[in-house]
Design a binder for this molecule. Sequence first.
Ligand code: NAD
Length: 371
Amino acid sequence: MRIGIPAEIRPGETRVAATPETIKKYVAAGHEVVVQSGAGIASSITDDAYQAAGAVLTDAAGALSADLVLKVRAPDANERTLMRKDSVLVGMLNPYDADNNAAMAAAGFSAFALEAAPRITRAQSMDVLSSQANIAGYKAVMLAANTYQRFMPMLMTAAGTVKAARVLIMGVGVAGLQAIATAKRLGAVIEASDVRPPVKEQVESLGAKFIDVPYETDEEREIAQGVGGYARPMPAAWMQRQAALVHERAKLADIIITTALIPGRKAPVLISEETVKAMKPGSVIVDMAVEQGGNCPLSELGKTVTRHGVHIIGEPNLACLVAADASALYARNVLDFLKLIITKDGALAINREDEIVAATLVCAGGEVLRK
Ligand code: NAD
């Protein structure tokens, strides 16, 4: 089978869906791999490295007309016209975007959106949300530290003592946990908040303090359990109590990193303008939910703005700023996913009985399968 790796064209997208490491494995399994010239350059992978791994260089049309196309982002209208009706596409295709699902279905090919994989043990090695969120959580702390005009660790010098930075992490999924671990390595003092009860123990095991917002009703406790590992929107009364507590903690914080998301919905507002006003001048907010509307209403997509003396970073795709490792981990996720849809003989076989295959298949045969 011919596997195509096109260059990503979306502005700011620096990742690529296959690396020399994964291409060697595809070639060893008997596949022909064609890579668009320059596809890896933003991830520090040269055309020579791809060729040395066994790939043949081609142009966009050559890569997009393969039997199996591996991408990072969903194809645009022009890319869709270069794809074949009988081909299969694998990528981070944003399964919540109904218009894009419909456009891909109309183009005729079959498409797998890896973000839709269920959070089950068997899917861990192909979990693109985790691999990319982990990187993003790390980079969020790096950006914050770079903008923050003080030290992160406590320092005792001959010229006096410098206090450690206080970091507040809102939303402790994969990105939040990595943000805690990274800030901890830099010597910060950390507090964190989440809706889901199991998070408390994880936060404390990383040496951070959990901001407990007690549940006052069975309904609150039930909703907080989430579903499939994901959060659900909490009742307004709980959100108000959380906001009041967060407001107090935010006044003391030097850096706030917000990661709170609810799949398929607008991100919850956790840091209000009132809270920003109450923060110390020179403090920093990194709003990792900015693409989903933001956890802070003052953050702006793709910009760093200063509001009420607070620097608010609205960088949308932090994993793209660590392109080489983001591509390496993503490419391994893709390699593992393909084991589900390629037989030992190297042929494509889409078994819709498989839970992961069924969840990720957004369209096939001209039909949108995701409701
Ligand atoms: P996410 O990116 O969807 O959301 C980030 C965090 O925001 C979550 O922890 C969520 O609970 C939190 N959040 C939502 N609303 C909030 C609010 N109002 N206030 C504070 N926090 C709020 O989450 P994620 O990183 O994808 O991880 C979700 C969970 O799934 C984690 O527990 C993770 O460990 C788990 N997970 C399991 C598997 C597996 O079992 N295979 C794989 C990956 C992740």
